[in-house]
Design a protein around this ligand. Structure first.
Ligand code: FMN
Length: 462
C-alpha cells in the first residue's frame, strides 16, 4: 500500500508530529511512505511547478493520504492552509478524488476537534474517502499505552483501506449566496464618541460583497476609523513554530507584523474583521494573521475588545469555522458578533451591518465582555497547567504574565474550600447529618445569593 503523508508542520522533518508518523512507519514497514513537507516548502510549491507536479503525481498513485499536522490556532497553520487553497485554485481536486484520507495531529488538545473537522470537510470537498482522525497530545508517544493506541489506530486504518471500506460523505457541498450586495445610500451616521475603530480586511478584489460590506461600515462610522488591508501589512511569512518568542515575546521575523499588531490593533476599542470563506475557513492570509499573533504566547493580546466578524460566504454552513472564531474571541477575552452576506437582499444586509455597528459601539461604551464560556474556561485550564509545568521553560514570558495576573488559580490554593471540605465531608458519614443536609440541598445551593439579592436594591421588596 502506498501512503502519502502531507506534513503540515512549518518545521518540516524536525517536527513532533513527524515522530508519530515515524513510529507508524517503524511498526508497519511493509508499506511505502512518501512524505512531503508541504507547510515548510509552501513557497517552492507555489512558485515551482515541478515541485507541485511531483506532489500531485505521487498523490495520484496513493492508496491513502495522511494529513499530518500540528494544531495552529484551532486549525492548521497558514502554510498548510495555503497548500489546500492551491489544490482548489489549480483545480487539482480530481487528483485527490476517490482516495482514502485520514488525519493525524499533535497539539495540547486545545480545539483539536475543530482542526480535524476542517480537514474532514476539505477531504469531503475533494471527493476523498475520509476514514477518521487521531489527535495526540504532544507527549503521548512517550507512554507505552499511547504507543499501543497509535499502533492500533494505524492498523485499523490500513485494514479499512485494504478492505476498501465504504465511506459516507458527512459535509454537504457549500452553497454560496448568489446576489451582489449593493449598499443603500441611506444610513444614520453613528456617534462613536472616543471609541477607536479599525476595519481589518483581506479583500483582494475577488469578493465584491466583502468590499461592499466594509464600504458600508466605513460610511456608518464617521469617527476615527482606520481601514487596514492585511495585504498591505509587511508580513514576510507564516509562523515558523520555532517558539523563540516564548522567552520574551519577541518574534524571529524582522517584519512589520509586531509593530502593526501593537501600534495599530491594540489601541483600538472595536475591530471589524472582514474576510470571505475560502474552502472551509477564511483565507490563508487571515490564518497567517492569527498564527503570527503567537508572539503574545498564551496571553490575551487583544483582550477587552469588541470584535465584529463580517464575512462573505456560507459561514453558517461551516459550524466548525464559526466555532473557531467564537472560541478565539472568547479565549482572548474579547466579545465577538457576526454578520454575513447569507441574506436574501441588500436591504436586509444594510440593516444588519448598521445594527452591528450600533451594537459594537454600545458594547464598547458599556465595556461589556460576556462571561467566558467553556471555550475560554477550558482553554485557561489547559494553558494554566501547561505553563505552570511542562511548557514553563519555553514560555517564560507567559509564566511571568500568569503570575502577575493571578492566573495560576489552581483550586488547591483555595484554602477556605479545602477547610470546609475537610470538616464537612467527614460529617456526612453521620447518617442524621447527611440526611438533613442532602434533603435540603436546593436551599443550601441558593443560600449564598441571599445577601446579594437583598443588597441589589434594598428598596425593592423580595
Ligand atoms: C503558532 C502556534 C499555534 C498553536 N496553536 C495550538 C492550538 O490552537 N491548539 C493546541 O492544542 N496546540 C497549539 N499549538 C501547539 C502545537 O500544535 C504543538 O506544539 C504541536 O505538537 C507542534 O507540532 P510540530 O512540532 O509537528 O510542529 C500551537 C503552536 C504554535 C507554534
Amino acid at each position: 500500500m502506498k501512503i502519502v503523508v502531507l506534513n503540515g508542520s512549518p518545521k518540516g522533518e524536525i517536527s513532533v508530529t513527524m515522530q508519530y508518523v515515524a513510529y507508524i512507519r517503524k511498526k508497519f514497514p511493509g508499506h511505502t511512505y512518501e512524505i512531503f513537507n508541504v507547510a515548510q516548502d509552501i513557497r517552492k510549491i507555489e512558485k515551482d511547478t515541478a515541485v507541485w507536479n511531483t506532489i500531485v503525481g505521487s498523490i495520484r498513485s496513493a492508496d491513502l493520504v495522511l494529513w499530518a499536522f500540528p494544531l495552529y490556532y484551532l486549525v492548521v497553520c497558514s502554510q498548510y492552509k495555503r497548500f489546500i487553497e492551491l489544490i482548489f485554485e489549480r483545480k487539482a481536486q480530481d487528483v485527490f478524488a476517490g482516495t482514502y484520507a485520514a488525519s493525524l495531529s499533535t497539539s495540547i488538545h486545545f480545539f483539536d476537534q475543530t482542526a480535524h473537522a476542517y480537514i474532514h470537510a476539505v477531504s469531503d470537498d475533494l471527493g476523498m474517502k475520509y476514514l477518521g482522525f487521531y489527535s495526540a497530545e504532544m507527549k503521548d508517544l512517550l507512554s507505552e499505552v499511547e504507543q499501543k493506541r497509535l499502533e492500533t489506530f494505524a492498523s485499523l486504518l490500513f485494514t479499512a483501506v485494504q478492505e476498501t471500506c465504504p465511506v459516507q460523505r458527512e459535509n454537504a457541498p457549500l452553497v454560496w449566496p448568489n446576489y451582489t450586495y449593493v449598499p443603500g445610500t441611506e444610513h444614520e451616521p453613528l456617534d462613536t464618541g472616543t471609541k477607536k475603530v479599525v476595519i481589518l480586511t483581506d479583500a483582494d478584489g475577488n469578493s465584491p460583497n466583502l468590499a461592499a460590506m466594509t464600504d458600508r461600515l466605513l460610511k456608518i462610522f464617521p469617527g476615527p476609523v482606520e481601514m487596514i488591508n492585511l495585504h498591505d501589512v509587511n508580513i514576510r511569512g507564516g509562523c515558523l513554530g520555532c517558539c523563540q518568542c516564548g522567552y520574551n515575546n519577541t518574534c524571529v521575523y524582522n517584519d512589520g507584523y509586531t509593530d502593526f499588531f501593537k501600534n495599530r490593533l491594540v489601541p483600538a476599542d472595536i475591530i471589524i474583521m472582514a474576510g470571505s470563506v475560502h474552502d472551509r475557513y477564511l483565507s490563508s492570509t487571515w490564518k497567517q494573521f492569527f498564527d503570527r499573533s503567537f508572539f503574545n504566547g498564551h496571553t490575551p493580546g487583544l483582550g477587552g475588545k469588541q470584535i465584529g466578524f463580517v464575512i462573505a460566504g456560507p459561514l453558517h454552513q461551516i459550524p466548525s469555522l464559526k466555532e473557531t472564531l467564537v472560541a478565539w474571541a472568547d479565549n482572548g477575552g474579547c466579545h465577538a458578533q457576526f454578520v454575513t452576506d447569507e441574506v436574501t437582499d441588500s436591504g436586509e444586509l444594510d440593516a444588519l451591518l448598521d445594527a452591528l455597528a450600533v451594537r459594537l459601539v454600545h458594547c464598547a461604551e458599556a465595556g461589556y465582555i460576556p462571561p467566558r464560556t467553556f471555550y475560554a474556561i477550558g482553554g485557561h485550564k489547559i494553558f494554566r497547567d501547561n505553563i505552570y509545568a511542562g511548557m514553563r521553560f519555553v514560555f517564560q514570558a507567559d509564566y511571568r504574565y500568569y503570575q502577575e495576573h493571578g492566573m495560576f488559580d489552581f483550586p488547591q490554593a483555595d484554602l477556605k474550600t479545602r477547610l470546609l471540605n475537610a470538616i464537612l465531608i467527614p460529617l456526612t458519614k453521620i447518617p442524621g447529618f447527611r440526611k438533613k443536609v442532602f434533603a435540603d440541598m436546593k436551599h443550601h445551593m441558593i443560600e449564598p445569593f441571599g445577601p446579594v439579592l437583598r443588597n441589589a436594591c434594598p428598596e425593592t421588596p423580595d
